[in-house]
Design a protein around this ligand. Structure first.
Ligand code: GCB
Length: 902
């Protein structure tokens, strides 16, 4: 897209500031400027009205409509608020909005275009009552030629925008994407501008919203680079010249050239020229994101400049190698990437450069050198800013999840041709609008389309992927295509998501895999899968486009392995709403360890940099939100795993104690984890030395201090990282109540800590266990319950929560305690609704001595799901209580455990 030169921008800004009453395109005009771009952002009138007919809207004065400024969406609150309460909440408003702007223009321009930077999803526009046209697609810019329609004096611009959810492929809004785990904000959520040039002949404005200039590095050798610049000129009625100049950061022209444009009637003509650059300074990612400016002028036969496009330009080459990864200008570069959606809490999609800059700055702070701008084209400014920061960009077509609507699939319909055309259009627009960005390394043609990839047994996706790949190669032969796969080779995902291989179609490939979250197995399973893909497609460079875990700031854990975590499993079944922050740490540590070892990967992208709006979700501690962000939706809080990556990726000194939000501790003895890239990390507790770790003892910058014994009352834990001559300290303040300093209260099978019983005891999550499995029995998820067992004879809700999960199997506990005498109280219930006396029997040993033998819970309690309590006293002599639950028939099972000092 065309950026106004800085001088012009200043003039336009000054004009805008001057015109608070009525925007005046005429007043924004700078005398002698070649191309004038006047933002039309203020003084719009808006109404949300699904029933308003076009004629009535055209006749309306809009005076009773709401005054708004762009960017604007009608979903700023309902689709982007964490107060959404999930499936039961009112879904965010999808429908039609009308925008009306009156503005003055001085004189009748020779050439005028209206540019829309983005309108979601379908937009129709009228100027002074004359229909300009329709654009289908929420994410790309588009323009209408208003030459001859723009009046001298008062003008009225009317825009209808529709973000209805399509039911059928021939609905007006049946444009990509047809699915996706994100909200589609409606409205004019980016800018609108009027572009004018002094002659009817101009650098192309009518080519899919593109700038009319395509520039690329065709050769980069030491000391020399060759660029190819192609300009498209529209309405060529006379001889002219295209002149291109490459200008360095100091303002010096370092290469230039010119080419005549041939007369071609009213159509478009092209001029191509080469620029040779001596001693080029390449764009070297975040190491040196050096940008030139490329200025392309259009001159008339008298040598007068009649149009100008000026853009930042980076000289660079990318090369992907299936075995060795990515090379930028011949230098190996492993992409440390993050995924980003374009929304922001309480603003949804109506964001501007300030929000974009803030988001990308946080990614850079963490040390990311790449961003996947998911799952659609973002605002032009995002690509500009990424170039400026040196971020490598994965740019993506919004072909997400499905190729036809579920209703059409049910009816047995084939993909509507209009939908395929729309995919083509959006791909062309994306590539032509973004083509000159040095940061963009790949065009992604799809995300997880295998999810809705078969309709009534027919593969509706693979042919479309081939088609889009071919189109992308025609549009931009030099850039690789990619896609984000979801389930190749994962039969475990079952009938809900039939397996559709997507490897081997695009130039490079990447996979979304959520091990330890939706997918079975941890880092090892993920690593093994990657190795299989690498072997199966040896010529296709492989990356990881998504992995991650949800994290709720108010949910904490004593042991991430204590029980189930997550939202839904791969069979669509609810698991739990618990998403302790410490579990996310565990996922990132485990999974990243597997990724970091694999040198053939060209890059990996965390899902995701920020929490984002997804109206169908309710998980963790908030509604309407996908909680997998490393930073919260409002960008205010960096979650623990943010610092794991910062310690691994950034050059800035990092020493960070995890679990800082878990302040009221349940257990006296705990491991302390510190993310640090220091040479050494020293830990102290209330000023007392706990120990020192050298960097070598901290794999993946994770230093663990096991078994730290907290004091009763206040605990000030300090980690001091020595980074060369520099010291970084981090402190956390944890408290341990006297009750918890003396006793152990443990909720078996629970992963989230902090349940408080009716009589005020604070229970920790399952911890100190060996073996067995933690499983929730009754889920407080609005999606429903999995086991549906409710404890029969405990009525107080606080106490009932202590019976909502079990540890089961063959298992034990190794509980660190001071020597002395204790009472052990064990809570049992049989979670099997159909259990009969005799089906489950087990014994409990304490320090090797059997204390409960042949326990038959159903027989003793009288029914399944009925609480049964047993206790005994025990002496601890060697700093540890050993409890073993040994099956005699079926599995042993435990609901809660209390150890009280006598
Ligand atoms: C995915 C999707 C992404 C979702 C994410 C999740 O694989 O590509 O759009 O948001 O998983 O969090 O489930």
């Amino acid at each position: 897209m065309t950026a106004a030169p800085p001088r012009l921008r200043a003039v336009v800004l000054a004009a805008l500031l001057a015109c608070t009453v009525l925007p005046s395109a005429g007043r924004a005009a700078a005398a002698g400027a070649v191309r004038r771009t006047t933002p039309l952002l203020a003084d719009w009138r808006f109404v949300q009205d699904d029933a308003l007919a076009d004629d009535a809207a055209l006749a309306a004065s809009g005076t009773d409509w709401q005054p708004v400024a762009l960017p604007h969406t009608w979903n700023a609150r309902d689709a982007a608020s964490t107060a959404q309460t999930g499936p039961d909440s009112t879904p965010y408003k999808r429908g039609r909005g009308w925008y009306r702007l009156e503005f003055d223009h001085a004189g009748v321009p020779a050439n005028a275009w209206l540019q829309f930077d983005g309108a979601a999803i379908v937009a129709d526009a009228w100027l002074n009552g004359r229909y300009l046209g329709r654009h289908r697609g929420a994410f790309t810019a588009f323009r209408f030629d208003v030459t001859g329609k723009l009046a001298a004096g008062r003008n009225v611009l009317l825009v209808k925008v529709d973000n209805s959810a399509p039911v059928h492929g021939d609905d007006p809004t049946a444009v990509a994407p047809l699915g996706g785990d994100f909200n589609i904000s409606g409205g004019l959520y980016r800018g609108v501008a009027l572009i004018e040039t002094p002659a009817r002949t101009h650098l192309a404005l009518g080519d899919h919203g593109a700038s009319g200039v395509v520039a690329e590095t065709v050769a980069l050798r030491p000391g020399r680079a060759t660029l190819r610049v192609r300009a498209t000129v529209e309405n060529v009625s006379d001889a002219g010249t295209v002149r291109a100049a490459l200008i360095d950061a100091a303002g010096r022209t370092v290469a230039s050239g010119r080419r005549p444009v041939r007369v071609s009637g009213a159509g478009a003509a092209r001029a191509q020229l080469a620029l040779d650059v001596a001693r080029p300074r390449p764009w070297q990612g975040t190491d040196d994101p050096y940008l030139y400016r490329l200025r392309v002028d259009l001159l008339d036969r008298n040598g007068r400049v009649i149009d100008r496009v000026e853009q930042p330009f980076g000289i660079r080459t990318f090369r992907f190698d299936a075995r060795a990864g990515l090379f930028l200008n011949g230098r190996h570069l492993r992409l440390h990437g993050v995924n980003l959606h374009q929304d922001w809490q309480d603003k949804a999609w109506a964001i501007g450069p300030r929000e974009i800059d803030a988001s990308l700055a946080i990614a850079r702070e963490m040390g990311a050198n790449a961003v996947r701008l998911a799952h659609y084209p973002h605002a032009a400014h995002a690509y500009d800013e990424a170039d400026r920061l040196g971020l490598v960009v994965w740019s993506e077509l919004p072909f997400v999840e499905r190729s036809l609507t579920p209703a059409d699939c049910k009816a047995g319909a084939a993909i509507p041709p209009a939908f395929l055309d729309n995919l083509d259009d959006q791909l062309r627009e994306m590539i032509r609008q973004q083509v000159n960005h040095p940061g963009i390394a790949m065009w992604s043609i799809a995300n997880e389309v295998a999810m809705g990839g078969t309709c009534r047994g027919t593969d509706t996706v693979t042919p479309v992927l081939h088609r889009l790949h071919a189109l992308a190669k025609r549009e931009d032969p030099g850039r690789p295509t990619t896609l984000a796969d979801f389930n190749e080779d994962y039969p475990v995902v079952g009938p809900m998501f039939p397996v559709l291989p997507t490897g081997g179609i695009t130039d490079i490939w990447a996979v979304n895999r959520y091990h330890l979250w939706y997918y079975p197995g941890g880092g090892d399973a993920f690593g093994a899968a990657l190795d299989r893909f690498h072997a199966k497609y040896p010529a296709q460079p492989l990356g990881v486009s998504e992995y991650g875990a949800g994290a709720a700031l108010t949910q904490q854990t004593d042991n991430p392995l204590g029980g189930l975590v997550g939202s839904m499993d791969m069979h669509g079944r609810a698991r739990t709403v618990h998403q302790p922050e410490g579990y996310a740490n565990h996922v990132h540590e485990q999974v990243y360890a597997a990724l970091a070892q694999r040198d053939y990967l060209w890059g990996t992208f965390v899902w995701s940099m920020f929490d984002f709006g997804s109206g169908t979700r309710h998980e963790g501690d908030i509604g309407g939100t996908n909680t997998k962000g490393l930073v919260t939706f409002d960008r205010a809080t960096r979650k623990d795993p943010f610092y794991f990556y910062k310690a691994n990726w950034s050059d800035a000194p990092v020493t960070y104690i995890t679990g800082r939000r878990y302040t009221a501790r349940a257990y006296r003895v705990t491991d302390v984890r510190v993310y640090s890239n220091a040479d050494t990390v020293r830990l102290t507790l209330n000023g007392r030395d706990i120990g020192v770790r050298s960097a070598a003892a901290c794999p993946l910058r994770t230093c663990v201090f096991p078994g730290v014994v907290l004091a009763e009352g206040a605990n000030r834990i300090e980690a001091r990282g020595t980074h060369g001559t520099h010291t970084v300290t981090d402190t956390v303040a944890w408290t341990l109540a006297p009750d918890n300093a003396r006793n152990v209260y443990l909720a078996a099978g629970q992963v989230a800590t902090g349940l408080v019983s009716k009589d005020g005891h604070r229970y920790g999550s399952d911890n100190y266990f060996v073996g067995g499995q933690g499983t929730p029995l009754e889920l407080d998820s609005p999606y429903g319950t999995r086991f549906g067992v409710r404890v029969a004879n405990v009525t107080d809700p606080a106490d009932a929560a202590l019976w909502a999960a079990v540890r089961h199997g063959t298992f034990g506990y190794r509980i660190p305690l001071d020597d002395g005498r204790y009472r052990v109280t064990l809570g049992f219930l049989d979670p099997d609704r159909n259990a009969q006396p005799g089906t489950r029997r087990f014994r409990v040993d304490a320090n090797g001595v059997t204390r409960i033998d042949d326990l038959d819970i159903v027989a003793a309690a009288g029914a399944p799901a009925t609480a049964l309590v047993r206790s005994f006293e025990v002496d601890v002599a060697d700093g540890s209580l050993r409890l073993d639950f040994v099956p005699q028939a079926g599995e042993a099972v435990l609901s809660n455990l209390v150890v009280e000092r006598l």
